[in-house]
Design a protein around this ligand. Structure first.
Ligand code: NAP
Length: 397
């Protein structure tokens, strides 16, 4: 059961999503129509306007409620934010870490989860299969590999009238076996474009919503990774993350310069670099916006969730051996369910409300604040990363 929003509602929400209004430091610029030739552009189908029936309800429907009763357009908008459940947007909630975090949050009965996913049906099926109660979630289309889709998602979310208490930038692609780079609709190398630039735009466009959250502890979480942190053993497995002088990013991580450091393409490194960029972005957001907005910005490494779809493009032998290797040799293995609970903790636990933190877990200590690598902590480079990223996604400082 789904609906399509009216054009005028979308137009209104689009105006809000254009960046006018937010008191964040970034202001949206109109997109240059074709400054970058789309290399694998998927037309933004109006499917991106599709919102599940559950999105139209502010609270869980009774089991006896019919679908027609559940589906009341504008029902959420009519409920004052303070009377709505807390809302978390989780990108890439159709599998792995995101899905399990969505389940953990929904299970508390205190959260409504907006599953921001590129595959609407997969997300719906996954939510049902994992046992998320109807009404505890809604699915809203988001393809992070298209800046237009990101903007449309923000417009659609605003049009639902939901409050926003947590934004979780979780989705990612990992292309360790790719011999040639792939590109987003806007012509960015796919890992950097999806994992970093898509989330960069999304988090900036939703900052004002977080700031206005009735929740006293609104949070913006960007999922990091140990593989991007060269101060760890895992982070020293070649190819090592390194953003270099950011000359490739300055060149638009385009076919001519697909890697952020301007060096030759390497799919595994592109992923690690994108995770470094994610962690540097969180630190920049903390420095730029925490005091003025009250929003908590944090990152985490949830552990090695060795069986998720993230490894879908890896060699078969790797997929067979990696989970037992992580379980019995490194002992860094964590189940999807446990990882989901860890992420849910960073989203909602009052004890983990420290802005600027990078969270990890150990069997003896539980959650603890971890150290980031020298590169992630390089704030001069982070400012450059921020400015280049803002320019690429059409935002200006
Ligand atoms: N697995 C690990 O060991 C591990 C360790 C540290 C950190 N992480 C991080 O954990 C996060 C989740 O990864 P995972 O392990 O749970 O992998 P996963 O199961 O593959 O989940 C990735 C999610 O991202 C979504 N996605 C990919 N491209 C997208 C796009 N263009 N637009 C919107 N969504 C998109 C996928 O959607 P589809 O379902 O449509 O493909 C999927 O839902 C990532 O940030 C990853 O870097 C993972």
């Amino acid at each position: 059961m789904s609906t399509v929003m009216s054009t005028s509602k979308i137009a209104n929400a689009s105006a809000q999503a254009s960046g006018k209004g937010p008191r964040s430091a970034l202001v949206a610029r109109p997109q240059a129509p074709s400054a970058r030739a789309p290399l694998c552009a998927k037309p933004l189908a109006r499917s991106s306007l599709v919102v599940s029936a559950a999105a139209a309800t502010a609270s869980a429907p009774t089991p006896s409620a019919s679908l027609t009763e559940q589906f009341k357009p504008n029902a959420v908008a009519r409920v004052p934010p303070t009377q709505q459940k807390q809302t978390a947007i989780i990108t890439g909630a159709s599998s792995g870490l995101g899905l399990n975090a969505a389940k953990a949050l929904a299970a508390t009965g205190e959260w409504h989860v907006v599953m921001a996913c590129r595959d609407f049906l997969k997300a719906e099926k996954a939510a049902k299969a994992i046992g998320m109660p109807a009404g505890s979630y809604s699915v809203l289309h988001l393809d992070l590999s298209s800046l237009e889709s990101v903007r449309q998602f923000v417009a659609n979310f605003k049009a639902t009238g939901r409050r926003l208490d947590a934004l979780v930038c979780n989705a990612a692609v990992y292309l360790p076996t790719a011999k040639e780079p792939r590109f987003t609709a806007d012509g960015f190398e796919l890992s950097v474009g999806t994992n970093h630039l898509g989330h960069f735009l999304l988090s900036n466009l939703l900052l004002e919503d977080l700031k206005n959250a009735p929740n006293k502890q609104p949070r913006c979480i960007i999922v990091g990774s140990i593989t991007g942190n060269t101060n760890t053993l895992a982070g020293n497995v070649p190819p090592k993350a390194n953003l270099g002088d950011l000359s490739g990013l300055a060149g638009g991580v385009s076919p001519a310069n697909p890697m952020m450091d301007g060096q030759e393409f390497n799919g595994a490194k592109a992923y690690k670099d994108s995770k470094v960029a994610c962690m540097m972005t969180v630190r920049q957001m903390h420095q730029r916006f925490h005091e003025s907005t009250g929003v908590t910005f944090a990152s985490l490494y949830p552990g090695c969730i060795a069986e998720t779809g993230l490894f879908r493009e890896h060699y078969g032998i790797f997929k067979t051996l990696f989970p037992p290797f992580q379980k019995y040799v490194t002992k860094g293995y964590v189940s999807e369910e446990e990882a989901g609970k860890r992420l849910a903790q960073v989203i909602s636990d009052p004890k983990l409300n420290k802005s600027g933190a990078y969270w990890s877990w150990s069997s003896s200590k539980g959650s603890f604040e971890n150290q980031v690598s020298e590169e992630v902590a390089d704030d001069v480079k982070a400012v450059k990363l921020w400015e280049l990223s803002a320019k690429l996604v059409g935002l200006s400082a």
